[in-house]
Design a protein around this ligand. Structure first.
Ligand SMILES: *[C@@H]1O[C@H](CO)[C@@H](O)[C@H](O)[C@H]1NC(C)=O
Ligand SMILES: *[C@@H]1O[C@H](CO)[C@@H](O)[C@H](O)[C@H]1NC(C)=O
Ligand SMILES: *[C@@H]1O[C@H](CO)[C@@H](O)[C@H](O)[C@H]1NC(C)=O
Ligand SMILES: *[C@@H]1O[C@H](CO)[C@@H](O)[C@H](O)[C@H]1NC(C)=O
Ligand SMILES: *[C@@H]1O[C@H](CO)[C@@H](O)[C@H](O)[C@H]1NC(C)=O
Ligand SMILES: *[C@@H]1O[C@H](CO)[C@@H](O)[C@H](O)[C@H]1NC(C)=O
Length: 472
C-alpha cells in the first residue's frame, strides 16, 4: 500500500511537470489529485458483488499507474494516436457539447480518479485497444509481485470513476457519443479476433493460463478448464484458441453443464453462467429511476414496444451478471419457439451517478465511488446495447417470456444465433457476448407463477443450464 501511494504521488508530479513545461498542450484541464491516501479508504477485501469487474485496489491502481507512465511518455513524444482513437478524438473535439461535457466530467469526478484528463485518457486507450486483456501483477519497488488479478474489463477500469458523474451520465447517453465510442470499440473487437490477440493465452505470470489466472477461471466451482470447456488442442498452452475472442466465447462441454430433468417443462434453467443481481415481482410498465431504488420499467427495457411490454406487466424480472471468468454464451431457459428478436443499440459505460457504495455493500466501504455502473445494473438493463429474444414457451403456464442480453462495457457486442420461428429446447444456444462486461435478464408475464429455487439468492453464482426456478 505504501508503495502504491508513493509511486502514484511521484507520477502525479511527473505528469504535472510535463504539462506545465509546455511539451504537451491540451484544451482540457488536467486535475491530478494526489491528496488521498487510498490505503486508509480500502480495507483489504475480496470483491464479490463486483465479481471480476473491479480488481482489488492495489491491482486497480497499479494497472492505471502503469498505463499513465506509458501514456505520459508517448504524450511527451507527441506520438500520434492509433487510427481508431484519433477518429474518436475528432468526433468529440469537433462537437462543443461533447467537449464541454468531458471537461465537466473531470471537474465532477471523485478525487480518487487517477485518469489525467481527456487527452491522457486517449493516450491510455492507445495502449489498451491494441492488446488483448490479461492479468495484471502489482509489484513493489523491488519488482516482487504483491498481488495479481485479472483486468477483465480494462476500459471499464479507466471509465469507472469518470462514469460516476452527472456529466458522464448526460454524455454517455447521447446517441452520437455512443456511436463514436462503439466505432472505436469495434476496432478493438476486430483486433481481438486476429491471430495476434492470442498472445495473452500463455502460462506466463500475466497470461490467462498462468497459475493465478487458471485459479480464477476455475473458481466458484466452475470446474477445471480442460474438463469444462471445449478445448481445441489441450496439448498447447493456449489450448489452441486461435484468438482472444475464440477463448472468450469458448463452448462448454455438455457433460460439464448437464440439464437435470430436461423433460420436466415446469423447470426453468439458467440462461447464463452468472451471479444473481436482482429478482423483482409485479413489474410495472412505466417506472421512474430514483438514485437508490431502481425499478424495472418494462416499456423502456423492451425498447418502447408497448404491445409486448404490456404482456409482462405484473410479471417477474430476474437479472444476473456475468464475470469476465464466466462462460459467455446464452442458452435457452425453456423449450419453445423464438417469436421475435430485436437488437437495441444503446449506451456503453453509462451509469446512474450515485453517492457511492451503500452501507450494506459487501465489498466497498460506504460512500466509495467505484463501481457505480455495477450498482446501476437495473438501470443499465434499460439503456445499454442489448438483445431481446422473445420465446413462446411450449408450457402454457410459462407462456411468452423474454431473454435480454445486456452489454455493459468494452466491445459489448451482442450476437444472436437464433431466428424468429426457430424451435429451441432448454439449453439450445441463443447467442453470445463478444468481449465485454455483461448482464442478462429473464422476463416472465403475470400468468407465470414463478418460484425460484432456494439457493437462488442475491450474489450467488449459478452455472449455465442449472435449474433456477419452477412454474406452478
Ligand atoms: C496511509 O494510510 C495507511 C493506513 O492508515 C498508513 O499506514 C500509511 O502510512 C499512510 N500513508 C501515508 C503516505 O500517509
Ligand atoms: C517515444 O517514442 C518512441 C517511438 O515512438 C518510443 O520508442 C519511446 O519509448 C518513446 N518514449 C517514451 C518516454 O515513451
Ligand atoms: C495431444 O497429445 C496426445 C499425446 O501425445 C496425442 O495423442 C494427441 O493426438 C494430441 N492431441 C492433439 C489435438 O494434437
Ligand atoms: C498464436 O498463434 C500463432 C499462429 O497464428 C502461433 O504461432 C502462436 O504460437 C500462438 N501463440 C500462443 C501463445 O499460443
Ligand atoms: C402490483 O402493482 C400494482 C401497480 O403498482 C398494484 O396496484 C398491485 O397492488 C401490486 N400487486 C401486488 C400483488 O403487489
Ligand atoms: C404459486 O405457486 C406457489 C408455489 O407452488 C403456490 O404456493 C401459490 O399458491 C401459487 N400462487 C398462485 C396464485 O397460483
Amino acid at each position: 500500500m505504501r508503495w502504491q501511494w508513493s509511486t502514484t504521488l511521484l507520477h502525479a508530479v511527473a505528469w504535472l511537470t510535463l504539462t506545465s513545461s509546455g511539451m504537451a498542450t491540451s484544451p482540457f484541464s488536467f486535475s491530478v489529485r494526489s491528496d488521498v491516501n487510498t490505503s486508509e479508504i480500502y480495507p483489504s477485501t475480496r470483491l464479490t458483488r463486483y465479481g471480476g469487474w473491479i480488481p482489488s485496489p492495489v491491482v486497480y491502481n497499479s494497472f492505471i499507474h502503469k498505463h499513465r507512465v506509458i501514456a505520459s511518455g508517448r504524450m511527451s513524444n507527441g506520438s500520434a494516436h492509433i487510427p481508431a482513437v484519433a477518429e474518436f478524438e475528432r468526433a468529440i473535439k469537433s462537437d462543443p457539447v461533447m467537449t464541454e461535457l468531458w471537461n465537466q466530467i473531470f471537474l465532477q469526478v471523485s478525487p480518487l480518479n487517477q485518469v489525467p484528463g481527456f487527452d491522457g485518457l486517449l493516450y491510455m486507450l492507445d495502449q489498451v485497444l491494441v492488446e488483448p486483456p490479461s492479468f495484471h501483477m502489482a509489484r513493489d519497488a523491488q519488482g516482487n509481485i504483491i498481488q495479481g488479478e485479472s483486468i477483465g474489463v480494462p476500459v471499464y477500469v479507466l471509465m469507472d470513476l469518470l462514469a460516476n458523474t452527472g456529466a458522464a451520465h448526460d454524455l454517455f447517453r447521447m446517441p452520437a457519443y455512443a456511436a463514436a465510442l462503439k466505432k472505436m470499440l469495434n476496432s478493438w473487437g476486430t483486433y481481438l479476433t486476429s491471430p495476434d490477440s492470442n498472445k495473452t493465452l500463455t502460462d506466463d505470470v500475466e497470461g490467462w493460463f498462468g497459475p493465478t489466472a487458471l485459479a480464477s477461471l476455475q473458481s466458484a466451482d466452475r470446474g477445471t478448464f480442460d474438463s469444462t470447456y471445449v478445448v481445441p488442442n489441450p496439448n498447447m498452452t493456449s489450448r489452441g484458441f486461435p484468438s482472444f475472442d475464440a477463448f472468450f466465447t469458448r463452448e462448454v462441454q455438455d457433460s460439464a453443464r448437464p440439464i437435470l430433468n430436461p423433460d420436466d417443462s415446469s423447470l426453468i434453467v439458467s440462461a447464463c453462467e452468472s451471479t444473481v443481481y436482482r429478482i423483482a415481482k409485479n413489474a410495472s410498465l412505466h417506472d421512474q429511476f430514483w438514485l437508490k431504488a431502481q425499478h424495472y420499467s418494462l416499456y423502456d427495457m423492451l425498447n418502447h414496444d408497448n404491445d409486448l411490454a404490456t404482456q409482462f406487466v405484473g410479471g417477474t424480472v430476474y437479472q444476473a451478471f456475468l464475470s469476465p471468468q464466466d462462460y459467455h454464451r446464452w442458452r435457452s431457459p425453456v423449450d419453445g419457439v423464438i417469436s421475435k428478436v430485436v437488437i437495441v443499440p444503446g449506451t456503453y459505460y453509462a451509469a446512474l451517478p450515485d453517492e457511492g457504495a451503500p452501507a450494506d455493500d459487501p465489498d466497498f466501504p460506504e460512500g466509495d465511488p467505484h463501481g457505480a455502473a455495477i450498482r446501476s445494473q437495473a438501470w443499465i438493463a434499460h439503456s445499454s446495447a442489448r438483445a431481446l429474444i422473445y420465446i413462446k414457451s411450449d408450457n402454457p403456464k410459462i407462456g411468452l417470456m423474454c431473454f435480454i442480453g445486456i452489454g455493459m462495457g468494452e466491445v459489448s457486442t451482442v450476437d444472436v444465433t437464433v431466428k424468429k420461428g426457430q424451435q429451441v429446447k432448454k439449453g439450445t444456444e441463443l447467442g453470445m457476448f463478444h468481449f465485454g462486461g455483461s448482464s442478462h435478464a429473464l422476463l416472465f408475464g403475470p400468468q407465470a407463477n414463478i418460484t425460484f429455487a432456494d439457493d437462488v439468492q442475491l450474489d450467488t453464482h449459478h452455472k449455465v443450464m442449472s435449474t433456477i426456478a419452477q412454474v406452478s
